[in-house]
Write a protein that binds this ligand. Structure first.
Ligand SMILES: Cc1cc2nc3c(=O)[nH]c(=O)nc-3n(C[C@H](O)[C@H](O)[C@H](O)COP(=O)(O)O)c2cc1C
Length: 204
């Protein structure tokens, strides 16, 4: 599908056919997510594929009901450790690749910039890795449209109970649940603001 067609065709799907989704397609979705860009190339996204009906049903009461009706649910997670564990190595790689070329400003020197900025606190780390994970999730969602699959971003869930159901520890948070399946509805486009309302100003 042409790129803008994918963007235009995507809808939040909340009704799914029971038809299973082939594993190869699920792997294609993860591949699209894997290739996403991330701050300092941290790649903090992690995924849990939930296929068994039994496990999906455990989510009932902890998220919106329609999630459980999809044949596959992808729990999109963030690894809160990536920031501390991988940042030094990633900064070295990016510096070698010339991403921080020029040394006059600390903004142009990865190492100096981060030293000056100081360590992020736990909340800032969570926010930072979550933003990065969202980029990957949206790539996954668009690839699903491209492959004829329906999805919906779902952030309405109880973090603690979903983590418990998925057997996750303190280092991993769930950012979103993405039900995946063949759409059993064809929703009209939801309203969007016109560009003129998005554009604060044009500086010429
Ligand atoms: C970050 C994010 C979180 C969302 N969370 C939910 C959710 O918890 N439940 C739900 O039904 N839809 C959720 N949505 C879907 C939005 O309601 C939907 O994107 C919006 O109404 C526009 O409709 P469209 O996606 O069909 O264009 C979420 C979307 C995004 C991007």
């Amino acid at each position: 599908m042409e790129f803008m067609e994918v963007i235009r065709k995507r809808r939040s799907i909340r009704k799914f056919k029971p038809e299973p989704v082939p594993d190869e397609l699920i792997m294609e979705l993860l591949e699209a997510a894997r290739l996403a860009p991330s701050g300092t190339n941290l790649q903090p996204w992690r995924f849990i594929i939930i296929k068994s009906e039994e496990k999906r049903r455990e989510l009932l009461g902890h998220t919106v009901n329609f999630v459980v009706t999809a044949p596959v649910v992808i729990a999109c997670c963030v690894d809160l450790n990536t920031y501390k564990q991988h940042k030094p190595q990633r900064i070295k790689e990016l510096t070698r690749a010339g991403a921080f070329s020029g040394v006059d400003l600390n903004f142009n020197d990865g190492d100096k910039y981060w030293k000056q900025r100081g360590a992020l606190n736990a909340n800032e780390i969570r926010e930072y890795v979550s933003i990065n994970c969202a980029v990957a999730v949206q790539q996954l969602v668009l690839r699903a449209t491209d492959l004829g699959l329906g999805t919906c971003w779902v952030m309405m869930f109880d973090q603690d109970s979903v983590k418990k159901i998925l057997g996750l520890g303190a280092d991993i948070d769930v950012l979103a649940l993405i039900p995946v399946g063949y759409a059993d509805q064809d929703p009209a486009p939801r309203p969007r603001l016109p560009v003129r309302e998005l554009l604060i100003k044009e500086l010429k």
